[in-house]
Design a protein around this ligand. Structure first.
Ligand SMILES: CC(=O)SCCNC(=O)CCNC(=O)[C@H](O)C(C)(C)COP(=O)(O)OP(=O)(O)OC[C@H]1O[C@@H](n2cnc3c(N)ncnc32)[C@H](O)[C@@H]1OP(=O)(O)O
Length: 414
């Protein structure tokens, strides 16, 4: 009997979570309390499981999210997660079957793009995804950072430490503002905040209270929040030698961002600051007296994007001025391909319509995913042979339209 692929019923969940843990190399048995805690975060309608002789051997699910695009528009996205195939059933096409089904369903639901965070780089390009946002992680040698150790707080506004309960109240409104300013960001659910502030704890993942530093501007408006923790206290010969790990740092203004980084870098005893995953063009290294003190620990792709509805996706974002481009898009899965004319006006607003005109650029739908949020250079992809220029100068024109002044960033996983 061939394995049976289906949407989960309520009673399938414990076995499905067990399969997920198997593939993600975590202790397989999931306690009933864990299943109960996870259940509200899972929309059964958007799950898939493959069962072989009653045993779950593959998992998949997606959830609706709003993706911020250049210009601040919000685009309906299908956020794909928990993709797994048990090692006993690998390389038989199970992931491909689940992905094909979910992408078709997402398009029917009216989601213009699918997004995911790839466990490994080579997996998702074949399904039309391209890496759309990147992350950087820095390790700062604080004593060599060249910062004035007498820093006593921001010149304007203030930084205060707050309790998890206070953050649970003020965090969501702040994040709503921040994510609209951040192409590549998605919303945080109430559940996200409950987990972050210890109101909801998974039995398998005990919560340790972090520190929460909040920045308010001179008028008292909450404009920034940084979460951080200390891994271990190391003292040798009575010298403090402590590592501060930044959790999430979000800021709605440059003043808030500067004040919070400066605060974290000035906590007494701290000799090493780990930044956590940040935008690749985060200000952190350049605010140091000596940027060499910020060593890059990670520089990697983060969120991958797959266009499902080309006109809607391209019309949702804005561009750097007026222009016109004909894109010939190849899509092996036949979801979003075709030839389209993109017209932009001086305000950067766009229309995108099917056309039979000659193409300016030909590319695969996965390359459009890479270019969509403005992070990659069309010229660079042309040099690699991944974009073909059909009209001289078209790649440069496309770069002028698509690229953004700051790089997109996805602050949260999903
Ligand atoms: C969004 C997320 O959830 S990311 C998490 C992804 N999950 C994991 O990394 C957990 C461990 N790995 C797994 O569970 C599985 O190996 C998966 C899900 C990555 C792949 O599942 P499979 O059922 O083996 O994939 P499937 O058989 O459909 O493979 C399709 C193609 O992708 C290739 N492929 C699959 N996984 C990988 C990989 N990790 N690296 C390189 N190629 C891969 C296969 O070789 C195959 O290529 P082909 O079409 O040229 O023959």
């Amino acid at each position: 009997m061939s394995p049976d692929l289906r949407t989960l019923a309520e009673s399938d969940l414990p076995e499905w979570l067990r399969a997920l843990n198997n593939a993600f190399l975590m202790p397989p048995t999931v306690a009933p309390e864990e299943v109960a805690a996870r259940r509200p975060g899972i929309d059964l309608e958007r799950t898939q499981g493959v069962f072989d002789e009653g045993r779950c051997v593959a998992t998949f699910r997606s959830m609706p999210r709003e993706l911020t695009v250049p210009g601040g528009g919000l685009l309906a996205a299908s956020a794909v997660t928990n993709v797994s195939v048990t090692a006993t059933h690998r390389r038989r096409g199970l992931a491909t079957r689940m992905m094909s089904r979910d992408l078709t369903d997402a398009k029917e639901r009216g989601e213009a793009v699918a997004i995911l965070i790839a466990a490994e780089y080579p997996i998702y390009g074949r399904y039309g995804f391209g890496p759309a946002t990147w992350i950087n992680e820095w390790d700062v040698d604080v004593p060599r950072s060249g910062l004035d150790r007498r820093w006593a707080g921001p010149a304007e506004g203030r930084v205060d430490l707050m309790t998890p309960a206070e953050v649970r109240k003020i965090g969501p409104e702040l994040h709503e503002r921040v994510r609209r300013l951040t192409p590549g960001a998605i919303e945080r659910t109430d559940r996200w905040w409950d987990l972050d502030t210890g109101q909801l704890v998974f039995p398998s993942n005990p919560w340790k209270e972090p520190f929460y530093a909040v920045y308010r501007d001179a008028a008292g408006r909450v404009d920034g929040l940084a979460t951080y923790s200390i891994k271990e206290h190391r003292w040798s010969n009575k010298f403090p030698n402590v590592t501060l790990e930044t959790g999430k740092l979000i800021a709605a203004s440059p003043a808030a961002e500067l004040a919070l980084w400066r605060y974290l870098l000035s906590v007494d005893w701290v000799t090493e600051l780990k930044s956590g995953y940040r935008a690749p063009d985060d200000i952190l290294p350049l605010l140091l007296g000596d940027p060499r003190a910020a060593r890059t620990e990670t520089n990697a792709d983060f969120m991958w994007l797959r266009v499902l509805d080309t006109p809607r996706a391209l019309e949702a974002r804005t561009y750097a001025g007026a222009g016109s481009l004909v894109l010939d898009l190849h899509d092996a899965a036949d979801l979003a391909g075709g030839r389209f004319r993109l017209e932009t006006d001086t305000d950067g607003r766009a229309t995108c319509t099917p056309t039979r005109d000659d193409a300016d650029l030909s590319l695969d739908i996965a390359e459009l995913g890479t270019l969509y949020l403005g992070d990659e250079s069309v010229l660079r992809l042309t040099a690699l042979g991944r974009v073909t220029e059909r009209r001289p100068g078209a790649a440069t024109r496309a770069d002028t339209l698509f690229r953004t002044p700051r790089r997109p960033w996805t602050p949260d996983g999903f």
